[in-house]
Write a protein that binds this ligand. Structure first.
Ligand code: F6P
Length: 367
Protein backbone atom coordinates (compact mmCIF):
# COMPACT_ATOMS: atom_id res chain seq x y z
CA UNK A 1 0.00 0.00 0.00
CA UNK A 2 2.71 2.55 -0.88
CA UNK A 3 1.36 5.72 -2.48
CA UNK A 4 3.65 8.19 -4.20
CA UNK A 5 3.45 10.82 -1.47
CA UNK A 6 2.94 10.50 2.26
CA UNK A 7 0.01 12.61 3.42
CA UNK A 8 -1.73 10.90 6.29
CA UNK A 9 -0.23 8.87 9.11
CA UNK A 10 -1.79 7.07 12.05
CA UNK A 11 -0.17 6.67 15.44
CA UNK A 12 -1.11 4.36 18.30
CA UNK A 13 0.22 3.32 21.70
CA UNK A 14 -0.25 -0.39 22.49
CA UNK A 15 0.13 -2.50 25.64
CA UNK A 16 0.82 -1.17 29.13
CA UNK A 17 1.46 2.55 29.47
CA UNK A 18 4.89 3.83 30.45
CA UNK A 19 6.71 7.14 30.93
CA UNK A 20 7.81 8.64 27.61
CA UNK A 21 4.81 7.68 25.44
CA UNK A 22 3.63 11.27 25.19
CA UNK A 23 7.15 12.43 24.40
CA UNK A 24 7.18 10.04 21.41
CA UNK A 25 3.73 11.18 20.25
CA UNK A 26 5.02 14.77 20.39
CA UNK A 27 8.28 13.78 18.67
CA UNK A 28 6.33 12.23 15.79
CA UNK A 29 3.51 14.76 15.48
CA UNK A 30 5.37 18.09 15.56
CA UNK A 31 7.70 17.33 12.63
CA UNK A 32 4.91 15.48 10.79
CA UNK A 33 2.68 18.57 10.92
CA UNK A 34 5.63 20.70 9.78
CA UNK A 35 5.85 18.44 6.72
CA UNK A 36 2.18 19.10 6.04
CA UNK A 37 1.02 15.60 7.03
CA UNK A 38 -2.22 14.86 8.81
CA UNK A 39 -1.70 12.83 11.99
CA UNK A 40 -4.51 10.61 13.23
CA UNK A 41 -4.20 9.57 16.87
CA UNK A 42 -5.78 6.13 17.17
CA UNK A 43 -7.40 5.65 20.56
CA UNK A 44 -6.68 2.86 23.03
CA UNK A 45 -4.09 1.01 20.95
CA UNK A 46 -5.26 -1.71 18.58
CA UNK A 47 -8.75 -1.53 20.08
CA UNK A 48 -9.24 1.83 18.38
CA UNK A 49 -7.81 0.48 15.14
CA UNK A 50 -10.36 -2.36 15.14
CA UNK A 51 -13.26 -0.23 16.33
CA UNK A 52 -12.50 2.79 14.15
CA UNK A 53 -11.79 5.29 16.91
CA UNK A 54 -9.32 8.06 16.11
CA UNK A 55 -8.88 11.82 16.39
CA UNK A 56 -6.82 14.21 14.32
CA UNK A 57 -3.90 15.62 16.31
CA UNK A 58 -3.03 19.30 16.16
CA UNK A 59 0.08 21.11 17.37
CA UNK A 60 -1.92 22.20 20.38
CA UNK A 61 -2.77 18.58 21.33
CA UNK A 62 0.91 17.64 21.55
CA UNK A 63 2.13 20.81 23.15
CA UNK A 64 3.13 20.64 26.83
CA UNK A 65 3.06 16.82 27.02
CA UNK A 66 6.80 16.07 27.01
CA UNK A 67 6.97 15.36 30.74
CA UNK A 68 3.47 13.98 31.14
CA UNK A 69 3.13 10.31 32.13
CA UNK A 70 0.72 7.84 30.47
CA UNK A 71 -0.51 8.39 26.93
CA UNK A 72 -2.90 11.05 25.64
CA UNK A 73 -4.14 8.43 23.13
CA UNK A 74 -5.07 5.79 25.69
CA UNK A 75 -3.73 2.23 25.53
CA UNK A 76 -4.86 -1.33 26.02
CA UNK A 77 -3.30 -4.76 26.27
CA UNK A 78 -6.49 -6.47 25.09
CA UNK A 79 -7.01 -5.29 21.55
CA UNK A 80 -5.04 -7.81 19.47
CA UNK A 81 -6.96 -7.92 16.12
CA UNK A 82 -5.64 -11.45 15.47
CA UNK A 83 -6.85 -12.57 18.87
CA UNK A 84 -9.90 -10.43 19.55
CA UNK A 85 -12.00 -11.39 22.57
CA UNK A 86 -15.67 -11.24 21.59
CA UNK A 87 -18.17 -11.50 24.42
CA UNK A 88 -21.51 -13.16 23.71
CA UNK A 89 -24.00 -14.42 26.28
CA UNK A 90 -21.39 -14.08 29.03
CA UNK A 91 -18.90 -16.23 27.08
CA UNK A 92 -15.67 -15.08 25.47
CA UNK A 93 -14.83 -16.27 21.96
CA UNK A 94 -11.50 -15.41 20.37
CA UNK A 95 -11.97 -14.17 16.79
CA UNK A 96 -9.92 -12.52 14.02
CA UNK A 97 -10.85 -8.88 13.41
CA UNK A 98 -8.11 -7.92 10.98
CA UNK A 99 -10.76 -7.18 8.31
CA UNK A 100 -11.84 -4.22 10.48
CA UNK A 101 -8.23 -3.04 10.66
CA UNK A 102 -7.89 -3.08 6.87
CA UNK A 103 -11.23 -1.33 6.46
CA UNK A 104 -10.34 1.46 8.90
CA UNK A 105 -6.82 1.89 7.55
CA UNK A 106 -8.31 2.39 4.09
CA UNK A 107 -11.27 4.50 5.25
CA UNK A 108 -8.88 6.84 7.07
CA UNK A 109 -6.77 6.90 3.92
CA UNK A 110 -3.58 6.20 5.91
CA UNK A 111 -0.22 6.05 4.17
CA UNK A 112 1.56 4.70 7.24
CA UNK A 113 0.99 3.64 10.82
CA UNK A 114 3.43 4.26 13.67
CA UNK A 115 2.96 1.63 16.38
CA UNK A 116 4.53 2.45 19.75
CA UNK A 117 4.73 -0.55 22.05
CA UNK A 118 6.52 -3.51 23.51
CA UNK A 119 6.91 -7.01 22.24
CA UNK A 120 3.16 -7.77 22.05
CA UNK A 121 2.60 -4.62 19.99
CA UNK A 122 5.58 -5.37 17.71
CA UNK A 123 4.29 -8.91 17.03
CA UNK A 124 0.92 -7.49 15.97
CA UNK A 125 2.59 -4.67 14.01
CA UNK A 126 4.76 -7.16 12.14
CA UNK A 127 1.76 -9.36 11.27
CA UNK A 128 -0.18 -6.32 10.03
CA UNK A 129 2.84 -5.36 7.94
CA UNK A 130 2.68 -8.81 6.35
CA UNK A 131 -0.91 -7.99 5.37
CA UNK A 132 0.24 -4.89 3.50
CA UNK A 133 0.03 -2.09 6.07
CA UNK A 134 2.95 0.36 6.11
CA UNK A 135 4.23 0.05 9.65
CA UNK A 136 7.01 1.76 11.59
CA UNK A 137 7.65 0.61 15.17
CA UNK A 138 8.86 2.47 18.26
CA UNK A 139 10.12 0.26 21.14
CA UNK A 140 8.50 0.95 24.49
CA UNK A 141 8.42 -0.99 27.74
CA UNK A 142 9.60 -0.60 31.29
CA UNK A 143 10.66 -4.29 31.06
CA UNK A 144 13.45 -3.57 28.51
CA UNK A 145 12.93 -7.06 27.07
CA UNK A 146 12.82 -6.13 23.37
CA UNK A 147 15.61 -7.49 21.22
CA UNK A 148 17.43 -5.33 18.62
CA UNK A 149 17.51 -2.15 20.72
CA UNK A 150 20.00 -1.49 23.51
CA UNK A 151 17.21 0.01 25.55
CA UNK A 152 13.50 0.67 25.34
CA UNK A 153 12.12 3.97 26.60
CA UNK A 154 10.36 3.75 29.96
CA UNK A 155 12.93 1.42 31.49
CA UNK A 156 15.09 4.20 32.91
CA UNK A 157 12.06 5.79 34.60
CA UNK A 158 11.06 2.46 36.17
CA UNK A 159 14.62 1.91 37.41
CA UNK A 160 14.55 5.40 38.92
CA UNK A 161 11.39 4.50 40.90
CA UNK A 162 12.90 1.22 42.12
CA UNK A 163 16.11 2.98 43.17
CA UNK A 164 14.22 5.54 45.20
CA UNK A 165 12.05 2.83 46.77
CA UNK A 166 15.10 0.78 47.79
CA UNK A 167 16.76 3.87 49.27
CA UNK A 168 13.65 4.43 51.37
CA UNK A 169 13.35 0.77 52.35
CA UNK A 170 16.96 0.87 53.57
CA UNK A 171 16.12 3.30 56.36
CA UNK A 172 13.31 1.17 57.82
CA UNK A 173 15.32 -2.01 57.27
CA UNK A 174 18.27 -0.66 59.25
CA UNK A 175 16.17 0.98 61.97
CA UNK A 176 14.09 -2.16 62.61
CA UNK A 177 16.74 -4.77 61.76
CA UNK A 178 14.50 -6.34 59.17
CA UNK A 179 14.77 -8.09 55.84
CA UNK A 180 12.88 -5.90 53.41
CA UNK A 181 11.75 -7.61 50.22
CA UNK A 182 10.78 -5.43 47.26
CA UNK A 183 8.91 -7.02 44.33
CA UNK A 184 9.36 -5.24 41.01
CA UNK A 185 7.87 -5.73 37.53
CA UNK A 186 9.57 -6.94 34.36
CA UNK A 187 7.54 -10.00 33.26
CA UNK A 188 9.93 -12.80 32.25
CA UNK A 189 13.00 -10.55 32.20
CA UNK A 190 15.07 -9.39 35.16
CA UNK A 191 16.25 -6.01 33.83
CA UNK A 192 14.26 -3.84 36.24
CA UNK A 193 15.30 -5.90 39.28
CA UNK A 194 18.92 -6.06 38.12
CA UNK A 195 19.37 -2.38 37.27
CA UNK A 196 17.12 -1.10 40.07
CA UNK A 197 18.70 -3.48 42.58
CA UNK A 198 22.19 -2.46 41.54
CA UNK A 199 21.38 1.27 41.73
CA UNK A 200 19.49 0.90 45.01
CA UNK A 201 22.17 -1.17 46.75
CA UNK A 202 20.17 -4.39 47.17
CA UNK A 203 21.96 -7.22 49.01
CA UNK A 204 20.12 -9.92 47.11
CA UNK A 205 18.71 -9.67 43.58
CA UNK A 206 16.47 -12.45 42.32
CA UNK A 207 15.71 -12.57 38.59
CA UNK A 208 13.95 -15.04 36.27
CA UNK A 209 17.12 -15.78 34.31
CA UNK A 210 18.91 -17.12 37.43
CA UNK A 211 16.66 -19.53 39.35
CA UNK A 212 17.52 -19.19 43.02
CA UNK A 213 18.20 -21.63 45.86
CA UNK A 214 16.39 -20.98 49.13
CA UNK A 215 19.38 -22.03 51.25
CA UNK A 216 21.64 -19.50 49.57
CA UNK A 217 19.11 -16.73 50.25
CA UNK A 218 18.72 -17.73 53.93
CA UNK A 219 22.47 -18.07 54.34
CA UNK A 220 23.10 -14.59 52.95
CA UNK A 221 20.67 -12.79 55.30
CA UNK A 222 21.86 -14.80 58.32
CA UNK A 223 25.52 -14.15 57.53
CA UNK A 224 24.89 -10.41 57.20
CA UNK A 225 23.20 -10.52 60.58
CA UNK A 226 26.14 -12.35 62.14
CA UNK A 227 28.54 -9.80 60.70
CA UNK A 228 26.65 -7.00 62.43
CA UNK A 229 24.68 -5.87 59.39
CA UNK A 230 21.34 -6.49 60.99
CA UNK A 231 19.23 -5.86 57.92
CA UNK A 232 19.03 -6.95 54.30
CA UNK A 233 17.37 -5.65 51.16
CA UNK A 234 16.05 -8.16 48.64
CA UNK A 235 14.98 -6.95 45.19
CA UNK A 236 12.93 -9.65 43.49
CA UNK A 237 11.58 -9.61 39.94
CA UNK A 238 7.94 -10.67 39.58
CA UNK A 239 9.07 -13.45 37.22
CA UNK A 240 11.79 -14.83 39.53
CA UNK A 241 11.47 -18.46 40.54
CA UNK A 242 13.25 -20.85 42.89
CA UNK A 243 15.16 -23.78 41.40
CA UNK A 244 12.63 -26.13 42.93
CA UNK A 245 9.50 -24.23 41.92
CA UNK A 246 7.70 -22.30 39.20
CA UNK A 247 6.41 -18.82 38.43
CA UNK A 248 3.94 -17.24 40.81
CA UNK A 249 0.85 -16.04 39.01
CA UNK A 250 -1.80 -13.65 40.26
CA UNK A 251 -4.43 -14.19 37.56
CA UNK A 252 -5.06 -15.39 34.03
CA UNK A 253 -7.09 -13.36 31.56
CA UNK A 254 -7.51 -14.70 28.04
CA UNK A 255 -8.54 -11.26 26.77
CA UNK A 256 -4.99 -9.96 27.24
CA UNK A 257 -2.24 -10.28 24.62
CA UNK A 258 -0.24 -12.05 27.36
CA UNK A 259 -2.89 -13.81 29.47
CA UNK A 260 -0.62 -14.32 32.48
CA UNK A 261 -0.59 -11.70 35.23
CA UNK A 262 2.44 -12.22 37.44
CA UNK A 263 2.72 -11.25 41.11
CA UNK A 264 3.14 -12.67 44.59
CA UNK A 265 6.78 -13.76 44.66
CA UNK A 266 7.74 -10.89 47.02
CA UNK A 267 5.33 -12.03 49.71
CA UNK A 268 6.36 -15.66 49.24
CA UNK A 269 10.08 -14.86 49.60
CA UNK A 270 9.46 -12.66 52.63
CA UNK A 271 7.43 -15.32 54.44
CA UNK A 272 9.91 -18.08 53.65
CA UNK A 273 12.78 -15.96 55.00
CA UNK A 274 10.98 -15.35 58.28
CA UNK A 275 9.96 -18.96 58.79
CA UNK A 276 13.38 -20.36 57.88
CA UNK A 277 15.71 -17.84 59.52
CA UNK A 278 13.66 -16.36 62.34
CA UNK A 279 14.47 -12.88 61.04
CA UNK A 280 11.67 -10.38 60.77
CA UNK A 281 10.75 -9.55 57.21
CA UNK A 282 8.33 -7.28 55.32
CA UNK A 283 7.48 -7.11 51.64
CA UNK A 284 6.57 -4.22 49.35
CA UNK A 285 5.10 -4.59 45.86
CA UNK A 286 5.94 -1.55 43.73
CA UNK A 287 3.46 -2.50 40.99
CA UNK A 288 2.23 0.25 38.72
CA UNK A 289 4.18 2.96 40.54
CA UNK A 290 6.97 1.84 38.22
CA UNK A 291 4.92 2.70 35.15
CA UNK A 292 3.31 5.93 36.25
CA UNK A 293 4.40 9.54 36.40
CA UNK A 294 6.91 11.64 34.58
CA UNK A 295 9.70 10.21 32.42
CA UNK A 296 13.29 10.75 33.54
CA UNK A 297 15.43 13.16 31.48
CA UNK A 298 17.04 10.10 29.80
CA UNK A 299 13.63 8.77 28.75
CA UNK A 300 12.44 12.20 27.56
CA UNK A 301 15.49 12.50 25.33
CA UNK A 302 15.32 8.91 24.06
CA UNK A 303 11.57 9.17 23.37
CA UNK A 304 11.98 12.43 21.49
CA UNK A 305 14.81 10.95 19.40
CA UNK A 306 12.74 7.80 18.74
CA UNK A 307 9.68 9.82 17.69
CA UNK A 308 11.54 12.17 15.36
CA UNK A 309 13.48 9.27 13.79
CA UNK A 310 10.26 7.27 13.31
CA UNK A 311 8.76 10.04 11.21
CA UNK A 312 11.97 10.10 9.14
CA UNK A 313 11.52 6.38 8.43
CA UNK A 314 7.97 7.11 7.26
CA UNK A 315 9.20 9.89 4.97
CA UNK A 316 11.84 7.55 3.53
CA UNK A 317 9.16 4.81 3.23
CA UNK A 318 11.26 2.39 5.25
CA UNK A 319 8.36 0.29 6.41
CA UNK A 320 8.51 -2.87 8.52
CA UNK A 321 11.27 -1.14 10.48
CA UNK A 322 11.60 -0.13 14.11
CA UNK A 323 13.73 2.67 15.54
CA UNK A 324 16.35 1.36 17.96
CA UNK A 325 19.07 2.61 20.26
CA UNK A 326 22.46 1.22 19.23
CA UNK A 327 25.26 2.57 21.36
CA UNK A 328 24.73 6.33 21.42
CA UNK A 329 22.87 6.43 18.11
CA UNK A 330 19.33 5.86 16.92
CA UNK A 331 19.26 3.39 14.03
CA UNK A 332 16.56 1.38 12.32
CA UNK A 333 16.15 -2.39 12.58
CA UNK A 334 13.66 -4.80 11.07
CA UNK A 335 10.63 -5.33 13.34
CA UNK A 336 10.95 -9.04 12.65
CA UNK A 337 14.40 -9.01 14.27
CA UNK A 338 13.08 -7.18 17.32
CA UNK A 339 10.55 -9.97 17.95
CA UNK A 340 12.79 -12.92 17.09
CA UNK A 341 13.20 -13.59 20.80
CA UNK A 342 12.95 -11.84 24.12
CA UNK A 343 16.00 -9.94 25.36
CA UNK A 344 16.86 -11.54 28.67
CA UNK A 345 19.64 -10.89 31.20
CA UNK A 346 22.71 -12.96 30.45
CA UNK A 347 24.59 -14.41 33.41
CA UNK A 348 27.74 -12.76 32.09
CA UNK A 349 26.07 -9.37 31.67
CA UNK A 350 28.32 -6.60 32.97
CA UNK A 351 25.67 -5.47 35.47
CA UNK A 352 25.48 -9.02 36.90
CA UNK A 353 29.25 -9.22 37.16
CA UNK A 354 29.50 -5.76 38.74
CA UNK A 355 26.75 -6.55 41.27
CA UNK A 356 28.43 -9.83 42.09
CA UNK A 357 31.82 -8.14 42.50
CA UNK A 358 30.41 -5.79 45.13
CA UNK A 359 28.89 -8.67 47.06
CA UNK A 360 25.32 -8.87 45.77
CA UNK A 361 23.92 -12.39 45.89
CA UNK A 362 21.75 -13.72 43.06
CA UNK A 363 20.56 -16.54 45.29
CA UNK A 364 22.79 -19.14 43.71
CA UNK A 365 26.19 -20.68 44.51
CA UNK A 366 27.30 -20.88 40.90
CA UNK A 367 26.94 -17.84 38.76
O1 F6P B 1 5.01 -5.06 30.38
C1 F6P B 1 4.88 -4.06 31.33
C2 F6P B 1 4.27 -4.59 32.61
O2 F6P B 1 4.23 -3.53 33.54
C3 F6P B 1 4.98 -5.81 33.20
O3 F6P B 1 6.16 -5.49 33.85
C4 F6P B 1 3.89 -6.37 34.08
O4 F6P B 1 4.04 -7.76 34.26
C5 F6P B 1 2.64 -6.09 33.29
O5 F6P B 1 2.95 -5.03 32.40
C6 F6P B 1 1.47 -5.70 34.14
O6 F6P B 1 0.37 -5.55 33.32
P1 F6P B 1 -1.02 -4.92 33.83
O7 F6P B 1 -0.86 -3.43 33.88
O8 F6P B 1 -1.99 -5.30 32.80
O9 F6P B 1 -1.30 -5.48 35.18
Amino acid sequence: MVKSKIKRIGILTGGGDCPGLNAVIRGVTKPALDHGFTVLGIQDGFEGLVEGRAVELSNRDVSGILGKGGTILGSSNKGDPFHWPEEKNGKIKIVNRTNNVLKNYQAWDLDALIAIGGDGTMHIAHALGQMGLNIVGVPKTIDNDLEATDQTFGHDSAVFVVTEALDRLHTTASSHHRVMVCEVMGRYAGWIALNGGLAGGADIILIPEIPFEWDVVYDRVLRRNMMGKRFSIVCVAEGAKPKDGGLIMKAKDIKRTDPIQLGGIGEFVSKKITSNTGLESRFTVLGHLQRGGSPTPFDRILSTKFGTCAIQLVIKKQFGMMVALKGAEIKSVRIVDAISHQKLVRVKDQAVLAASAVGVSFGTKNL
